[in-house]
Design a protein around this ligand. Structure first.
Ligand SMILES: Nc1nc2c(ncn2[C@@H]2O[C@H](COP(=O)(O)OP(=O)(O)OP(=O)(O)O)[C@@H](O)[C@H]2O)c(=O)[nH]1
Ligand SMILES: [Mg+2]
Length: 249
């Protein structure tokens, strides 16, 4: 069983991407399951096979314990830990070879807390991967790209799984923005030069880049479907080492 977790800042397009990629995979003849781990989702653009909201609902907790929107997500994710074994059993019983797993939009409530990492660890099988979903509109500025990279790196530290860095919503930016971002990623010195920050902060980015912290993004649009084939190619690279363009048995 292969598990792919979609992580990213609020509104970056995680849920839309899960919907688009699952439809794309099904179109290619692959059997794929979807798990929703967002206890606060009001609307999902896909029909999840397994839904954490049927076990814990942030909305219910909000009303019952008079919590704010963030505290209710924290409480719901913490409570979902008690359900992790049952969710995993449900995944195994369903028997899909690959699961796309949507996570809460308030990334810091999931990625930066121990309970989020615990859930990822519990639901992962031998093969688990995260896809960090960044927003092209946000990442088009030099500050936006640098902070997206550092956020992706933070979640890598937390989840300790291989990560694919995807820049979503490329349908909303002109082609030269995509080229700029690719250039920053490939030549981090151009990024560092453009950053308007004190020297020591540039050094932090330079050191991060030298240690492989600045990676080449996969450019996608969950809306138009552009780049989903490249995303899948990189997902299967992690699983098969790129031997073939098929889901392994
Ligand atoms: N133009 C465009 N809009 C997109 C794309 N992907 C997502 N969106 C839109 O961005 C908004 C947020 O998308 P979601 O999929 O809900 O994002 P999310 O990361 O799951 O959001 P939360 O879970 O609420 O944090 C929606 O209005 C989507 O239609 C894309 O590739 N292009
Ligand atoms: Mg979502």
């Amino acid at each position: 069983m292969y598990t792919i977790f979609f992580i990213g800042t609020a509104g970056s397009g995680k849920s839309t991407l899960v919907a688009a990629l699952s439809a794309w995979l099904e179109n290619q003849g692959f059997d794929v399951g979807i798990v929703n781990l967002d206890p606060a989702a009001e609307y999902l653009p896909y029909a999840p096979d397994i839904d954490v909201r049927s076990r814990v609902s942030a909305r219910k907790l909000m009303k019952e314990f008079k919590l704010g929107p963030n505290a209710s997500i924290i409480a719901a994710v913490d409570m979902a830990i008690a359900e992790a074994d049952r969710i995993k059993e449900e995944m195994e019983a369903l028997g899909a070879p690959m699961y796309l797993i949507d996570t809460p939009g308030q990334m810091e409530l999931f990625a930066f807390r121990q309970s989020g990492a615990y859930l990822v660890q519990k639901l992962s099988d031998v093969h688990a991967l995260t896809v960090y979903v960044a927003d092209a509109v946000y990442a088009q500025s030099v500050d936006g790209f640098a902070t997206s990279m550092l956020l992706a790196l933070s979640s890598r530290i937390r989840f300790k799984r291989p990560q694919i860095f995807a820049v979503n919503k490329i349908d909303l930016v002109p082609e030269d923005v995509i080229n700029n971002i690719a250039n920053w990623a490939e030549n981090p010195e151009t990024l560092i030069e453009s950053l308007d920050v004190p020297q020591y902060e540039k050094e932090i980015v330079r050191y991060t880049a030298s240690m492989g912290g600045v990676v080449r993004p996969i450019f996608i649009s969950a809306k138009t479907g552009r780049g989903l084939d490249a995303l899948y190619y990189h997902i299967q690279l992690h699983y098969t080492g790129g031997e073939d363009f098929q889901l392994p048995p």
